[in-house]
Design a protein around this ligand. Sequence first.
Ligand code: DX5
Ligand code: ZN
Length: 225
Amino acid sequence: MTHPPFCIAPSLLSCDFARVADDLQKIEAAGADWHHVDVMDGHFVPNITIGPPVVKKIKEASGILLDVHLMITDPVKYAGAFAKAGADILTFHAEVCANDAAARAVVHAFRSEGVPQVGIAVNPATPIERVENLLGDVDLVLVMSVIPGFGGQSFMEDVLQKVVWLREQGYEGHVEMDGGLNHETLPRCAAAGANALVAGSAIYGSPDWKQTITEFRQLAEGVRI
Ligand code: DX5
Ligand code: ZN
């Protein structure tokens, strides 16, 4: 089975938001594949970050794909706003949908607004079977490896089996992992079958971003299944 190439996605949650355009350019020059942008509404998660106007400005200052992770209760309501803001990948959480039909309605809303790639995310406590009937509908499955809301938390390794399960189902889209990825945990994500690797504090908090991203790519490629 072929998997998509590795995508190293630094999470902007750990950038310096007073210098976001500088950080975007520096992280791109350091070899980032995607910018991971965390949108939190203070309702689905107990934290608030940024909304469509800021995402639009980030898009204008960016030269690579924007991978927008919506940790919000009502993704359909904001589908048009995030599409217009320039999200290249727009991911919503399975937990905000009562059933498969509701999840498909979100996917449909995103695609109708012209979002190029649509993802669905699952929290650590959500069984991965929750997305079993949706794998044909989405371009990406995001397996959360921390409880969403904050950067800098510890990796929950129980979730690795969800990644293995997704690839066992024959899923050939992006499998993304987010939360607690570092030199020790990132290669284990890659070995399980993940290709989209989000890291906030481990990249933005490191002294040499280029070296860290290069090492992460080498570690991932070294264990590719
Ligand atoms: C957590 C966010 C993550 C976060 C990851 O709710 O979805 O994207 O920025 O940060 P680290 O890599 O520091 O765990
Ligand atoms: Zn995220």
